[in-house]
Write a protein that binds this ligand. Structure first.
Ligand code: 6PG
Length: 223
């Protein structure tokens, strides 16, 4: 794990947005297109705001979430809604959204169709992840019902996931899909998450799922 600390959040968001933009440009230059995967939650909003105004050929970028809460876009808990409001507008409005949600009662009902849509955009070129203080990343929660499957080397692309801390049912990219990304950035803020990521290094992924992607990741942190 590479740890990068910043004097404040604003500097971190600017620097990381710049880095993501140049990694996307590099991927587009090399193969004509790029895949960006991003988290939902409360932390990444400012990066989305900056990226949405960045000058790059967004029509060649596919954007997908790391994970989604199984709620419709009319819910304030919808990560897809966050993406539409903060990232997929302005210049980035030309990017293609790869869905992780479809209208159905349970994630299991749409899993195969959603995974098929994602498969053509793999591997991920630029992966931005968040992390909870319980060391979950994407929807790989400690104690989640299908965590062991999602961590295994032959895991499918997508899995439904249920955990007490998750609230509603979730759908998540599996650990091998996340780990295969060309560039991996984990964005965290505050003393509690800093302590958690240090603790995670010494724990197995069943207890600290973020470990599954830590080896090649850069952790970006500001107070
Ligand atoms: C989600 C996420 C999740 C998130 C962490 C951190 O849908 O909740 O994708 O993995 O990144 O829970 O969330 P915060 O940034 O809100 O602390």
């Amino acid at each position: 794990m590479n740890f990068q600390g910043y004097p404040d959040r604003e500097m971190m968001m600017r620097a990381l947005a710049d880095q993501i933009a140049s990694e996307l440009r590099e991927a587009i230059g090399a193969k004509g297109r790029a895949t960006l995967s991003v988290p939902g939650g409360t932390t990444p909003g400012p990066i989305f705001d900056i990226l949405s105004g960045v000058d790059l050929d967004w029509s060649k970028v596919a954007v997908m979430l790391n994970d989604e809460r199984w709620v419709g876009e009319d819910s304030p808990r919808s990560n897809t809604r966050l993406l539409r409001e903060r990232l997929l507008r302005d210049r980035a409005g030309d990017a293609a959204l790869v869905p992780l949600y479809a209208d159905a009662a349970r994630p299991e009902d749409r899993m195969d169709a959603l995974a098929e849509g994602i498969a053509v955009h793999l591997p991920i070129d630029v992966l931005l992840l968040g992390m909870g203080a319980d060391m979950h990343t994407a929807s790989l929660f400690p104690g989640a019902d299908r965590l062991a499957e999602a961590l295994s080397d032959d895991a499918p692309i997508l899995l439904p996931m249920r955990a007490e801390a998750a609230g509603e049912p979730r759908i998540t990219l599996s650990a091998p899909v996340l780990r295969d990304a060309m560039h991996i950035h984990i964005l965290i803020t505050g003393a509690e998450k800093r302590a958690a990521i240090k603790r995670a290094e010494a724990l197995p992924p069943e207890e600290a799922p973020v470990c599954a992607v830590l080896a090649n990741a850069t952790v970006h942190w500001a107070e």
